[in-house]
Ligand binder design. Structure first.
Ligand code: ATP
Length: 287
């Protein structure tokens, strides 16, 4: 169970990005975080693993108060928090297998990881995970030879090899085409259930969120203004979260033209930003 208690973040610029957020996410539940640009979605996700330091409140993961941990304690706790990024944050020149194994960095230490000396059990688990995400036929391919959808599958396997208790997912489909986006969201929802993970997924696409998550939290100006099942997102509620728009049209987009071609290529508009690279390093870095 992940609990956020009165979580607040004020940036030095004076922006109050989060204003006393309270949220409980049981094991195995996937929560879709929606809201307009600037609502505080990324800030909330990054406060959970303290990539952004909260100003007030607590983050409690299975009885551990993450907010009061020392640097060493925090590094250990972050092993339990898998992160998945919009721009994948893979190392282009490494293979799929090496990228997945880099998720073990927090366990094996930097030098062993640098020299690629992973225990056989980690390699076996990486194979299992790559099979689960549908990439076991291309383990030796370089990351920069992959489509966007394939890169995100590697990102998912890398997060899972940490053996996390929580998944924090920031815009996993924003760089993907609609069909690949559905495949990735479906995979995330399945894995969350299979592994009993508390999951927060920050997602811009309301229709996509409605298809794959069981609970939606709507943020506006750093406050929760909706918390309920996808069916509760009526045009009135959406107007409250986002402002005026033709919401009937948005909700109608929820069609079920899904297929099972998991290796379908996605649009890869990835431009790995320094910020994301820094985040992933911090999120999995060794003690
Ligand atoms: N590093 C920062 N320094 C100062 N202000 C920031 C910083 N990061 C975010 N903010 C501010 O905090 C608020 C919330 O930003 P945040 O990125 O969390 O929103 P968001 O809902 O994720 O937006 P988007 O959907 O556009 O990514 C905004 O007003 C933003 O300008």
């Amino acid at each position: 169970m992940l609990q956020l208690q009165n979580l607040g973040k004020s940036y030095k610029t004076g922006d109050d990005a989060l204003k006393g957020v309270n949220l409980e996410i049981p094991d195995g539940q996937i929560v879709g975080l929606i809201g307009p640009s600037g609502a505080g979605k990324s800030t909330l996700i990054r406060c959970v693993n303290r990539l952004v330091e909260p100003t007030t409140g607590k983050v409690i993961l299975n009885d551990v108060d993450v907010t009061t941990l020392s640097a060493g304690g925090l590094r250990k706790e972050r092993r339990k928090m898998g992160m998945i990024f919009q721009e994948y944050a893979l190392v282009d020149r490494l293979t799929i297998m090496e990228n997945v194994l880099s998720g073990r960095l927090g366990y094996v230490g930097f030098w062993k990881s640098f020299l690629r000396k992973y225990p056989q059990s980690d390699v076996d688990e990486a194979f299992r995970l790559l099979e689960r995400v549908g990439l076991d036929h291309m383990v030796d391919k370089r990351a920069d030879e992959l489509s966007g959808g394939q890169k995100q599958r590697v990102g998912i396997a890398r997060a899972l090899i940490q053996d996390p208790e929580v998944l924090l997912i920031d815009e996993p489909t924003a760089s993907l085409d609609p069909k690949t986006s559905r495949q990735i969201m479906r995979l995330i929802a399945e894995l969350c259930k299979e592994r009993n993970l508390s999951t927060i997924v920050n997602i811009h696409d309301v229709a996509l969120a409605q298809m794959y998550v069981e609970r939606i939290v709507g943020l506006q100006l750093g406050e929760i203004v909706f918390d309920g099942p996808p069916e509760g997102l009526t045009p009135d509620v959406l107007t409250q979260i986002y402002g005026e728009e033709d919401w009937e049209a948005t909700i109608d987009e929820v069609s079920d033209d899904i297929d099972d071609d998991i290796n379908e290529d996605g649009i890869d508009s990835a431009k790995n930003t320094d910020k994301v690279a820094k985040d992933i390093t911090e999120a999995v870095s060794a003690p």
